[in-house]
Design a protein around this ligand. Structure first.
Ligand SMILES: Nc1ncnc2c1ncn2[C@@H]1O[C@H](COP(=O)(O)OP(=O)(O)OP(=O)(O)O)[C@@H](O)[C@H]1O
Ligand SMILES: [Mg+2]
Length: 458
């Protein structure tokens, strides 16, 4: 069915002009390392009226993982006729072609190219044509019809006319793709000289495409490396800031105890309703606030020890709510809870998990200082995933778009008296419990979803 022609060397005249053309091709292929431009250049040069070769060319690249030939690009005489630019003196050997970005875009959006891109040919489907080109790595020239019962041939017949040639693209002893060419407009058969030329060109194109793919991989790896380095530096910076803050907090703790102690004594000795009593009261209150801040900073910078034991999530959530009663009342917040049928047992540190919900509820109260509605629910994350979702949803002011990506960063706060550690601590505790916290804005406020893996049922 498929023919693998013994390619004769062309006559000397056409060989010379062919070699000049090949040289021009080679200059062109090594003029860019960008895969997209390279593939357009190769197919355009094959179909451009000036090269007088083929009327259509199609590129397939092998996907090793899925073992398919994936259609990448199809170029027709129409989409290659305008815009093949000659760089350098056309008659000199050093000249090459180039194409504009507009032409690249036009060729990509062309209907024929879109049809090619939707095509996938299975490499191991048993099709003799694919076997010959991809496995045996030889050029295949089909002159009349191809087999009628193979899916691949049917597909190729759909996009190619009766006479076409398919040539493998090889690099480093491996097939990386295939180029298919035909002349559907004129129906002109493909000549031996053209096949010879196509084979020579495909050898160079294979290497150029492989180089470009490797270069792209190196570039991707480089970008990933740079990003990882930046993340590491950022992490180191945060660690250094954390250590500094922890040292400072530690140094401040002792003088604060003294100030707080004396303020307490003054409070007791000064008569109420006096200005001095009010001053001492303010000092004592501020010392308490600073003390809480310091405890937070020290808590964050210390490596936490987690005491895992079986605990009931419902009890943890309810005791967190109980601790926030005053804060809820002070802010005029009404609370609704909805707990789906359990059991909600998990392996965790109840004390630390309570910290998570306390921080989230207190943040919600802060966001609804003028009153609002707080909804807390416990439900299963999905039938497949044995995790619980505790959602804490408020009707506060929501989280501004530019603030949202930063709220879990340590020391990030938009509050006058906040330390910016609440969410960082909560997030770290959730991660230590193999869970996560997601924040988003909902219809009229913010929602925080805490996902925690549940214990397997005995
Ligand atoms: N429910 C919420 N609604 C709107 N913004 C919120 C909400 N929860 C958190 N935020 C935003 O995230 C920021 C960080 O919160 P986080 O709890 O880490 O620190 P904080 O509340 O500012 O200070 P503290 O350390 O006292 O908790 C807040 O300053 C606030 O801008
Ligand atoms: Mg907070």
């Amino acid at each position: 069915m498929t023919a693998s022609p013994i390619l004769q060397q062309p006559a000397i005249d056409s060989r010379l002009s062919g070699q000049a053309l090949l040289y021009q091709f080679s200059n062109t292929m090594f003029s860019t390392i960008r895969l997209n431009k390279l593939t357009h250049l190769i197919l355009t040069a094959l179909t451009a009226p000036s090269s007088k070769l083929f009327e259509r060319s199609i590129l397939f690249l092998c996907n090793d993982k899925s073992e398919v030939l994936q259609g990448m690009l199809g170029v027709t005489r129409q989409t290659s006729s305008e815009g093949l630019l000659i760089i350098g003196d056309q008659n000199a050997l050093g000249s090459r072609w180039d194409i504009s970005e507009e032409l690249v875009a036009k060729q990509r959006s062309d209907e024929f190219s879109a049809l090619v891109r939707r095509s996938r040919i299975e490499i191991n489907s048993g099709c003799p044509l694919v076997r010959q080109v991809v496995t045996e790595r030889t050029l295949s020239h089909i002159e009349c019809s191809i087999c009628n019962n193979c899916k691949t041939c049917c597909f190729i017949r759909q996009i190619c006319c009766n006479s076409f040639a398919a040539v493998p693209l090889t690099a480093r002893d491996k097939t990386i793709g295939m180029i298919v060419v035909d002349n559907p407009e004129s129906g002109r058969p493909i000549t031996q000289d053209e096949l010879y030329f196509l084979q020579l060109l495909a050898n160079q194109a294979g290497m150029a495409i492989e180089n470009s793919i490797l270069y792209n991989k190196v570039e991707d790896a480089n970008t990933n490396l740079r990003e990882a380095r930046e993340r590491l530096l950022h992490g180191e910076k945060l660690a250094a800031i954390g250590e500094m803050a922890a040292n400072l907090a530690h140094e401040l703790k002792n003088p604060l105890i003294t100030i707080g102690g004396f303020a307490g004594r003054l409070l007791k000795s000064l008569p109420e309703e006096t200005r001095e009593h009010h001053y001492a009261d303010t000092i004592a209150a501020e010392v308490k606030r600073l003390d809480r801040m310091i405890a937070d900073i020290l808590g964050f910078s210390r490596k936490p020890t987690i005491c895992f034991s079986k605990c009931d999530l419902t009890e943890v959530v309810q005791s967190s709510i109980a601790c926030c009663t005053t804060a809820l009342e002070d802010s005029g917040v009404t609370l609704t809870t909805s707990i789906a049928d359990g059991p909600w047992l998990l392996h965790g540190d109840a004390y630390q998990l309570k910290q998570v919900f306390l921080n989230l509820i207190l943040n919600a109260c802060d966001a609804m200082s003028g009153g609002g509605q707080l909804s807390i629910s416990i439900r299963k994350s999905s039938p497949k995933d044995n995790s619980a979702i505790v959602e804490i949803k408020d009707t506060g002011k929501g989280i501004p778009k530019d603030v949202l990506p930063r709220i879990f960063s340590p020391f990030f706060t938009t509050k006058q008296h906040g330390t910016g550690l609440g969410l960082a601590i909560a997030n770290r505790i959730a991660i230590n419990h193999y869970g996560s916290i997601e924040a988003e804005n909902c219809e009229d406020g913010a929602s925080f979803k805490v996902r925690l893996p549940l214990a397997a049922l005995d």
